[in-house]
Design a protein around this ligand. Structure first.
Ligand code: F6P
Length: 382
């Protein structure tokens, strides 16, 4: 659908520029879903169609659908009413890396290079550009597809907030508020029963959700992957609170946190996934040790996918909309191989190569960690 015939004079001017270069944009959402994906799809679609007369092709289920050739045109009507809707109307998958694609072989599942199939679809669908909305896995794949000749623009998504080169990914703020609310709720039940209450949150190798939700919810102990913890330090803190303090403790643990003398707790390894490791279980492990070593009654809540479901916060709706419209602006300008990003209060762009150069982890002596320590929160290392 092309609304540009009804656009203003300015819109006509913009459209005539885009018509020379970018006429068909593909969009896919890759990796784990998160709140704000639909707001990005809406931002991309509305600005592409209404402002520039560009056709939008939605690729289904991330890179899996790209390899398999599943797509449909996204109209303004499709993008209407989805701003506050969780999930993604396009579907997603964290198992479709074209360079590491799981395929049914004679000996069972084989991992093959299916990248040429994506290139064939990109050309066959007449795409001038692909907007890839995803986390670090998606950006790594995008970089490689760009090297094969595709025009890619990245949009940084993930509740983990672990993408370097952007001050914030969309989805993080929503996950943070859900985790904070959960900690608030654990406070009232934990204090009533004088228990140690553990909450395990997501984040993979990064402790952003645990650290910031722990700060916002006033956790007594925050354990993150970047700061391996000492068992005795954790025991001392809960015993001290139980005997001289408030008789209950709240511990906020990132799923990737680990004791200094142990590895991370892995729930499953699945070679079909872009990242084969699925974390899970550190909360239960810490609870068992606290019960055994201190005798204190302990309960665990694993927040899990509640952090990724439901409606985005106002901040994430706005950030997603800004990212989506900026991605279209970059496509129209032909600034391919770049990822939109937030720098301070400004939405701008960086090269995808720069964005994937390193993971964004919590600085161990950074201001947030020092703030937590200053209000008496233990990071389990002293
Ligand atoms: O990357 C987002 C994330 O939610 C991580 O925090 C978590 O480790 C992982 O995805 C869970 O993946 P899945 O949805 O496949 O269980």
């Amino acid at each position: 659908m092309n609304n540009h015939a009804t656009g203003s004079v300015t819109q006509h001017k913009r459209s005539s520029v885009s018509e020379k270069k970018t006429k068909r944009i593909g969009i896919l959402t890759g990796g784990g879903d998160c709140p704000g994906l639909n707001a990005v799809i809406r931002g991309v679609t509305k600005s592409a169609i209404d402002e520039h007369g560009i056709t939008v092709i939605g690729i289904e289920d991330g890179f899996e659908g790209f390899v398999e050739g599943r797509m449909r045109e996204i109209t303004s009507k499709d993008a209407s009413g989805i701003l506050g809707l969780g999930g993604t109307i396009l579907g997603t998958s964290n198992k479709g890396d074209p360079f590491h694609y799981p395929s049914d072989g004679i000996k069972g599942i084989e991992i093959v290079d299916a990248s040429m199939r994506t290139l064939k679809h990109y050309k066959g669908w007449g795409l001038d550009c692909l907007i890839a909305v995803g986390g670090d896995g998606t950006m790594h794949i995008s970089k490689k597809l760009g090297e094969m000749g595709m025009n890619i623009i990245g949009v940084p998504k993930t509740i983990d907030n672990d993408l370097d080169a952007t001050d914030q990914t969309f989805g993080f703020d929503t996950a943070l508020s859900i985790a904070t609310e959960a900690i608030d709720r654990l406070h009232t039940t934990g204090s009533s029963h004088h228990r140690v209450m553990i909450i395990e949150v997501m984040g993979r190798y990064a402790g952003w959700i645990a650290l910031e939700a722990g700060l916002a919810g006033g956790a007594d102990i925050i354990l993150i992957p970047e700061i391996p913890f000492k068992w005795q330090s954790v025991f001392d803190k809960v015993i001290e609170r139980s005997t001289h303090g408030k008789r209950f403790s709240i511990i906020c643990i990132a799923e990737g946190a680990k004791a200094a003398d142990e590895g991370a707790v892995v729930k499953e390894t699945d070679m079909k996934r872009t990242d084969p490791i699925r974390f899970g279980g550190i909360g239960e492990h810490v609870a068992n040790r606290i019960t055994t070593d201190t005798g204190l009654e302990t309960r665990v809540t694993v927040l899990g996918h509640l952090q990724r479901g439901g409606s985005p916060t106002a901040f994430d709706r706005i950030l997603s909309t800004r990212y989506g419209t900026k991605a279209v602006e970059l496509a129209v300008q032909g600034k391919f191989g770049s990822m939109v990003c937030l720098r301070g209060l400004r939405v701008t762009s960086v090269s995808i190569a720069e964005a994937v150069a390193q993971q964004r982890l919590v600085p161990v002596d950074g201001e947030l960690v020092r703030t937590a320590r200053a209000v008496g929160t233990s990071l389990g290392d002293e």
